[in-house]
Design a protein around this ligand. Structure first.
Ligand code: MRU
Length: 367
């Protein structure tokens, strides 16, 4: 084992000692994808088997599985599970079904690039092997889905190490939404807090509740508290006060799509956090794998922002009204943070600093 592999395997053990790391997996018989239904958390930790296309589409749409990298991993396994059912077809019929399934799944959510990125990888496997028996192609699809998952684990471990290198014992960090192991394989923006805990460090995390669907309260607070991390939950409109109090040394947030100039989409409210942080002179880091960087997207204006059901604002999570019925609502699921507000992008290949247009390009040119 190389030194790098040995050190990654140590990081992996440390993360497993504190975090949930079985949020998505292929069932033993290969007929379904087993996920933690994130809509039931924090009250109920329930595993759910997804067996068909509509179930997979709805699982993404309804946020049973969510978080950019997790959606990508899930999409890879879904394409394998669906292809398996078609393994006795001839290639043309197989590829017709494969394409229809892929396109439908890809339409489930638009903002996170990892979904289309993973689906493209699965498609490439089919196209590159079209002269081989369909059964063999299905086997290769399984291997690719597992590869996508394993690569994400490795990327997360490296991101956790790079992210933690930006912090020192006792630091306060503000985070928004959920980018821990539930949203990925081992965690991006919140992964370093878990790693710090495993290493006996005290990082004081302030977690925005993240309206409207409370991913910060339901998922981040759950994951971090369960791991014994020093986490304090705040409402989104309290971020300015905790920064002003001098409690925050850095902001760590995830990303759903990073454009070539460094603008990035993340959960609605992220840009507000970054604007506040600039006012108080606090650095903001976006943490995510290179699979979240979309070099074909020039800037944030070209990122499609998902608009979600107004009832997410009008009705409470537990289905109690919290606004007048039928009040007009505007409910964008993500916003774009201007690259000028960003101090660095933490990827598995290292920390990218401004100028982002030059340095992101270098990251891919070096491959
Ligand atoms: O709507 P969600 O819950 O899928 O939004 C998730 C986020 O915005 C995360 O911060 C992002 O996907 C990064 S997850 C590692």
């Amino acid at each position: 084992m190389s030194n790098i592999q040995a050190s990654l395997s140590k990081t992996k053990q440390e993360m497993e000692s504190v975090g949930i790391t079985d949020n998505i997996r292929l069932s033993d018989d290969g007929n379904s994808i087993v996920i933690i239904d994130q809509t039931r958390l924090p009250g109920t930790l329930e595993y759910k088997n997804i067996t068909n296309l509509e179930g997979a589409y709805q699982a993404i749409k309804k946020l049973e599985v969510r978080g950019a990298p997790a959606i990508g991993i899930f999409a890879g396994y879904t394409m394998y599970v669906l292809s398996r059912k078609d393994s006795s077809l001839d290639f043309d019929a197989f590829y017709r079904n494969f394409t229809a399934n892929r396109e439908y799944l890809n339409s489930s959510r638009p903002t996170a690039v990892n979904l289309s990125w993973a689906l493209k990888r699965m498609d490439q496997v089919v196209c590159d092997n079209r002269d081989r028996p369909v059964e063999k192609i299905v086997q290769l699809l399984k291997e690719e889905a597992i590869r996508i998952h394993n690569e994400d684990i490795e990327m997360c471990l490296k991101i956790c190490e790079y992210g933690l290198s930006l912090l020192k014992d006792g630091d306060g960090v503000l985070t928004h939404c959920n980018a821990g192991p539930l949203a990925t394989s081992y965690g991006t923006a919140q992964g370093p807090f878990l790693l710090a805990k495993a290493r006996g460090m005290n990082i004081r995390v302030f977690a925005d509740e993240t309206r409207p669907l409370l991913q910060g309260a339901r998922l981040t607070a759950f994951e971090l508290q369960r791991a014994g991390v020093n986490v304090t939950l705040i409402c989104d409109n309290m971020a300015s006060l905790v920064m002003r109090n001098g409690w925050i040394n850095a902001c760590f947030v995830g990303c759903d799509r990073i454009a070539a100039n460094g603008d990035f989409a993340n959960k609605i409210g992220t840009s507000g956090v970054a604007i506040l942080a600039k006012h108080y002179g606090i650095p903001v880091y976006s943490l995510g794998p290179t699979s979240t960087i979309d070099m074909n997207c020039p800037d944030g204006d070209h990122i499609r922002i998902e608009l979600r059901d107004p009832d997410e604002i009008r009705t409470m999570w537990y289905a109690q009204p919290m606004a007048p019925e039928d009040v007009k609502c505007y409910n964008p699921s993500f916003d774009v943070t201007d690259h000028e507000l960003l101090s660095g992008i933490v990827t598995e290949k290292g920390i990218v600093y401004p100028p982002f247009d030059v340095n992101l390009k270098k990251l891919f040119d070096e491959e």
